[in-house]
Design a protein around this ligand. Structure first.
Ligand SMILES: [Zn+2]
Ligand SMILES: [Zn+2]
Length: 439
């Protein structure tokens, strides 16, 4: 395989944001696919927000769609506040007790696994339940697949996308998987030795152990791509309390922000994820044989491919393009808008995707701040909202006072801090794209 890389900096005309596709032009719509309200028991216990405030917070962040994903609940949809002139509320729920999926576009509850039946039937129940939801028009996203006691262990291809970016990139609250932890979790679920109870796609995720759960979720996604499955990458703030929706932001490429178009974009993998709504999505295109493809599209195999990655990083950063699991180009990019061009000739079916990184900014943590941060990190999912409030009061941006807790947006320096990426020392992950397929 041959690869050549060119870097050019040019003015980024608004028209270039429009996809070069037949039919109505597409633009990028920022949103969040994972938000809890008081209709989730855990969020209610923490002092979380009602539907009205959750939607108002999404509007304040400039989001154009927002999925309300309460645990096993669609009660949000009966609330008159489940409406907005500024954003499209997505009727959703977070399904699953042993591993979670976001089921989007559903207006009915989806039954859980019947655990009174033998454990040998549970994987089949999961497969049939998700396939049934998709057949009824819902979009299924596997949430935080590599996350400790919430790991997604099931062997199924009945989903449309993987939540590869949950909360902050290497959120210290959530520890990465190990083989031992995965085995212990299966035992806790009564699934030790049950065929199919740990999918091969997840079983190898602990091979990547230096970048946190999201890097392992990326590996899970890649393993499904390597099977030839067409699945996209999305993010989710998974916000329960205090932090506004949109950190990270999922971007959907669609002609408008109507519910059917947003769901279609996610179903087809026309997505990108950034660390917040004010970071533009990286735009990857690939051309071969006179055809131009974007994430979600497929190009014919056996031809040279011309890749173009456009991004806008105010302080510059780093661009990385992958062919399958391999890096084909790593390029530093200057401040402002930049384009990286790569020529590549794949030897067979594969996929292309991209990640972009920005330098960390010193938050100026005092000794006391470090004590507070370490306490938050050590407490894990049991972190006290009082501590989170103290930390965000120091480094967040207060945007709303109307609930039990104030709500915060994440300013630039804090956003970088929360998304530090050990794979690129001194950098945070800024954004990533879904895959363009070569078949
Ligand atoms: Zn979850
Ligand atoms: Zn959740």
């Amino acid at each position: 395989m041959r690869t050549a890389v060119f870097i050019v900096v040019l003015f980024w005309l608004p028209q270039q944001l429009l996809a070069q596709v037949p039919g109505r032009p597409r633009i990028w719509w920022p949103g969040d696919l994972h938000a809890h309200t008081i209709h989730s028991l855990d969020a209610a216990a923490l002092g979380g927000d009602d539907v009205a405030r959750t939607i108002r917070l999404g509007e304040k962040q400039g989001l154009t769609f927002l999925a309300i994903t309460d645990h096993q609940s669609i009660a949000s949809q009966a609330d008159p506040a489940f409406a907005s002139a500024k954003l499209t509320p997505v009727p959703s729920l977070e399904w699953g007790i042993m591993g979670h999926t976001g089921i989007h576009g559903t207006r009915t509850l989806v039954p859980e696994v019947d655990r009174t039946r033998p454990p040998e039937t549970w994987n089949i129940q999961v497969d049939l339940t998700l396939a049934g939801a998709r057949a009824r028009g819902s979009v299924v996203v596997v949430n935080h697949p590599a996350q400790g006691d919430l790991m997604w262990s099931w062997t199924t291809a009945a989903f449309d996308a993987v939540e590869v970016w949950n909360v902050g990139w290497v959120f210290p609250f959530v520890r990465p998987m190990t083989r031992e932890r995965a085995r212990a979790e299966l035992a806790a679920r009564g699934l030790s030795g049950v065929p199919g109870a740990l999918s091969p796609e997840l079983a190898s995720a602990p091979e990547v152990n230096s970048g946190g759960c999201n890097v392992q979720s990326l590996r899970f996604w890649e393993n499904h791509l390597a099977n030839g499955e067409r699945v996209g990458a999305v993010g989710g703030s998974d916000r329960h309390v205090l932090v506004s929706p949109g950190y990270p932001t999922t971007w959907a490429s669609a002609p408008d922000r109507s519910l059917p178009e947003i769901l279609n974009a996610i179903r087809e993998g026309r997505t990108a994820v950034t660390r917040g709504p004010r970071v533009r999505p990286p735009e990857l295109t690939a051309s071969a044989g006179g055809r131009t493809a974007q994430p979600g599209d497929t190009l014919p195999a056996g031809q040279p491919v011309r890749l173009t990655l456009r991004m806008a990083l105010p302080g510059g950063g780093l661009a990385v393009i992958y062919r399958g699991r391999e890096i084909v180009a790593t390029a530093p990019v200057g401040p402002g808008t930049a384009t990286v061009l790569v020529n590549d000739t794949p030897s067979g079916p594969t996929w292309y995707r991209a990640e972009v990184f920005e330098p960390l900014i010193d938050l100026g943590l005092s000794a006391g701040d470090r004590v507070l941060w370490n306490r938050l990190a050590a407490a894990g999912p049991k972190a006290r909202p009082e501590d989170l409030n103290d930390f965000l009061s120091r480094f967040g941006e207060r945007v709303d006072e109307a609930g039990r807790w104030p709500s915060f947006a994440i300013p630039d320096a804090l956003g970088r801090f929360l998304n530090a990426d050990p794979r690129r020392p001194g950098h945070c992950i800024s954004g990533l794209t879904s895959a363009i397929f070569v078949r």
